[in-house]
Design a protein around this ligand. Structure first.
Ligand SMILES: Nc1ncnc2c1ncn2[C@@H]1O[C@H](COP(=O)(O)OP(=O)(O)OP(=O)(O)O)[C@@H](O)[C@H]1O
Ligand SMILES: [Mg+2]
Length: 263
């Protein structure tokens, strides 16, 4: 019952991004990004739409190939042409805005299929790991449901359980709550907070400033493909120094401008 995954709790990875450039055609969307995430740290990435946040995350996971620069995740040189992609992808769990669950598989099967195919776990072992992680996200009782029988927030929690079932050393989140009904956002953020408290290394793109403020060890503000400002959440969210950061935060924290006088 207590399977191998219990005894091989993974180390936490670090991430080092050096002078990263990425273009689509003639449009350069990442213009020399430098960033580090220390093992066990939570870094929240904030910035306006189109600033390159998703592209950066996708480069870390090799869903995109950078044009220049280096990314190191744990002992993997992501940007090495000879990198073992499968080994790298096993190190990294990713959770997207759209949950991307397999609609024709049950919740349990969603959490076991990659364990069996990629990690070569046997069915019983994969099931134990999946149920442990479904319990962690509060959904063990939904194991036999199908994704379309769950709320968006529950589907996102399954997506987190699925990622955790691969024993990642690093979790990437790309706006995991922005497609959710407001009343389910808190459940997902609570699980992310718990993961952070357990020491998971996390790189999180989010518009949830309260979450970033409470949970992030560091906040990075990106705009136009560059890092404009970074520091502790108190520094970047509480007391931003750069005009672009100030402008972005005032719009995010008060999107309707209510109470802002034009006088
Ligand atoms: N596959 C692609 N082909 C061409 N251009 C792309 C592609 N993916 C992203 N882009 C462009 O790159 C820029 C950065 O996009 P990206 O999705 O990384 O931004 P973002 O910061 O995640 O924005 P959002 O907050 O809206 O998710 C945008 O101008 C976008 O149109
Ligand atoms: Mg994005």
């Amino acid at each position: 019952m207590s399977v191998a995954a219990e005894s091989t709790a993974p180390a936490h990875a670090s991430v080092t991004i050096t002078n990263l450039h990425k273009s689509y055609g003639s449009v350069e969307v990442l213009k020399g990004i430098n960033m580090t995430v220390e093992p066990g740290q939570v870094v929240c990435l904030i910035g306006p739409s189109g600033s390159g946040k998703s592209t950066l995350l996708r480069c870390v996971n090799m869903l995109e190939t950078p044009n220049q620069g280096h990314i190191q995740v744990a002992n993997h040189e992501v940007t090495d042409p000879d990198v073992d992609i499968n080994a790298l992808r096993q190190t990294i769990g990713m959770v997207f805005q759209q949950f991307n669950l397999f609609p024709h598989l049950s919740v349990l099967e969603n959490c076991t299929v990659a364990q069996i195919k990629v990690l070569k776990r046997d069915k019983a072992q994969a099931r134990d790991v999946a149920l442990k992680n479904l319990a962690k996200v509060g959904l063990a009782d939904k194991a036999d449901r199908f994704p379309d029988q769950l709320s968006g927030g529950q589907q996102q929690r399954v997506a987190i359980a699925r990622a955790l079932s691969m024993d990642p050393q690093l979790m990437l989140f790309d706006e995991p709550t922005s497609a959710l009904d407001p009343e389910t956002v808190g459940d997902v953020l609570a699980i992310m907070r718990e993961l952070a408290d357990e020491g998971m290394t996390m790189l999180v793109v989010t518009h949830e400033m309260a979450f970033a403020r409470d949970v992030a060890d560091r906040v990075v503000f990106m705009d136009g493909g560059v890092v404009v400002e970074e520091g502790t959440s108190d520094q970047v969210i509480g007391n931003p120094q750069q005009p672009r950061t100030q402008d972005f935060l005032s719009r995010v924290l008060n999107p309707t401008g209510v109470g802002l006088e034009e006088s």
